[in-house]
Ligand binder design. Structure first.
Ligand code: GDP
Length: 444
């Protein structure tokens, strides 16, 4: 399968980070070195690799510690996102003409899969859009090419327009489009000639067809098995023609995958489809994000990472709610909340995540100064574990000790403890009220 080697190497590179609570610069450098080698080995273009590695490295270094994700998960996420970006981020649909027919011109080297892809595309349009495509046989250099397209046309029940091998390809293209207009075909797919290598005569001919029929879409068909050559070919065609999309064929084969990863970055043209087999149905819309997960071979891990990120706040809020309902909210939870708040945003917003709190009038005046929070933290830090877990033991002598320890006036310590107790009581009442309210609703 395509990408096998790359997937394995990328996984190995990142496996070493697993289970590490913290990733050092040296760990990161080593991982990035392995990722770089893995990509180069998979025939990804050198410049593309260099830019990729730099971006991932910068992002990994600058990454904030995301709650709920361990460092290796964060790096996997960054690698996945950057791989996706490298391939174009979003699927790009076929261009469509404002009025029918939409003219699609296939281009590419001989053997890349133009004729096959022309047929696959016609079938796709027919099946998915109920379209009435017309195939145009415009490769006059190989008589077998016309036969091949006709065979394909019969197979998928799509008409093929042809004028044999003695007519100029520009003329055939023009008359093919005229034929489509007469017959109300909504798509014209022109199968042009290829050569074994890019040559001027071929490019000249393709350019002439382009300027004569003005295709809405010029698809460049690239054989993904051809490694670095795929990129050079794409550049050559892209220089000569106004390529609007790329089709990568033979991704079902044993390709190392470099073409898929480099073409977008090098040509700035979107990959629109991938061919993944010889059957007429083996053509798929190209989704960069899905391809990235496939390359990383970490589909499950990635969805887990997404979920962890999404659910984190909710989960914490849920735990907090339970504590409040059990009236076991203590100074450790309080401290935890303050740290969270400082990371996540205003206290008011956090409180609103607690069920039943959002519309509570008692919350209207909650307003906390960041400096106050630091003072509160200092006070809690000066408590013993027992005092934090059981605030009821906080007698005057303990409070004096805490004041001295935290460097805050005793009045402030007293006020803070009082506020804590009020808050705890209030939260408990609200949560209970909320619960019975919910029950009423359920029983109604
Ligand atoms: P053309 O010269 O560019 O028109 O290329 P063809 O359409 O004749 O394809 C060349 C060969 O590649 C044929 O044997 C096709 O069956 C094969 N081919 C094309 N696309 C794919 C693909 O996505 N997967 C596989 N496995 N083979 C393909």
């Amino acid at each position: 399968m395509a990408f096998e080697g790359l997937t394995e190497r990328l996984q190995n590179a990142m496996k070493k980070l697993r289970g590490k609570g913290k990733i050092s610069e040296a760990d990161l450098r080593e991982t990035m070195r392995e990722i770089r080698l893995a990509l180069l080995e998979a025939d990804v273009n050198f410049t593309v690799v260099r830019n990729f590695v730099k971006t991932v490295q910068d992002r990994a270094k600058g990454a904030d510690v995301l709650e709920g994700l361990n460092p290796s998960q964060q790096i996997i996420k960054i690698v996945d996102e950057e791989l996706t970006k490298m391939m174009g981020e979003e699927a790009v649909p076929l261009n469509k003409a404002p009025k029918i027919p939409t003219i699609i011109m296939m281009s590419g080297l001989q053997g890349a899969g133009k004729t096959t892809t022309a047929g696959k595309l016609a079938l796709k349009l027919k099946d998915e859009q109920n379209a009435r495509p017309l195939l145009v046989a415009d490769d006059v250099y190989r008589p077998a090419a016309i036969d091949q397209l006709q065979t394909v046309g019969e197979q998928i029940d799509v008409p093929v327009f042809q004028l044999g091998t003695d007519v100029d390809p520009v003329e055939i293209a023009k008359r093919g489009v005229a034929h489509a207009i007469e017959n109300h075909n909504d798509y014209v797919i022109i199968d042009t000639a290829g050569r074994l290598q890019i040559d001027e005569a071929l490019m000249g001919e393709l350019k002439n067809i382009e300027s004569e029929v003005k295709p809405n879409e010029i698809l460049l068909v690239i054989d993904s098995m051809t490694g670095q050559n795929a990129v050079a070919t794409a550049e050559g065609f892209n220089d000569a023609l106004d390529i609007t999309g790329v089709v990568l064929t033979k991704l079902d084969g044993d390709t190392r995958g470099g073409a898929a990863l480099s073409i977008r970055a090098v040509t700035d043209r979107p990959i629109k489809f991938v061919g993944q087999g010889e059957k007429m149905t083996d053509l798929d819309v190209f989704y960069p994000d899905r391809m990235a997960s496939r390359i990383l071979g970490m589909g499950d891990m990635l969805s887990l990472i997404e979920k962890t990120q999404k659910d984190y706040d909710e989960k914490k809020a849920q735990e907090l709610t339970e504590k409040i309902q059990e009236n076991s909210f203590d100074f450790n939870d309080f401290l935890d909340q303050i740290s969270q708040i400082q990371k996540m945003g205003p206290l008011e917003d956090i409180m609103k995540m607690i069920p039943g709190m959002a519309n509570n009038p008692a919350l209207q005046n909650v307003n906390m100064d960041p400096k106050d929070m630091e003072h509160i933290k200092a006070i809690v830090y000066s408590m013993t574990e027992q005092e934090r877990e059981d605030p009821d033991v906080l007698n005057p002598s303990r409070r004096r000790r805490i004041a001295a320890g935290s460097g805050r006036p005793i009045q402030e310590v007293n006020r803070m403890i009082k506020q804590f107790n009020q808050m705890k009581k209030m939260m408990n009442q609200v949560s209970k009220g909320n619960m019975s309210g919910m029950e009423n609703m359920m029983n109604a």
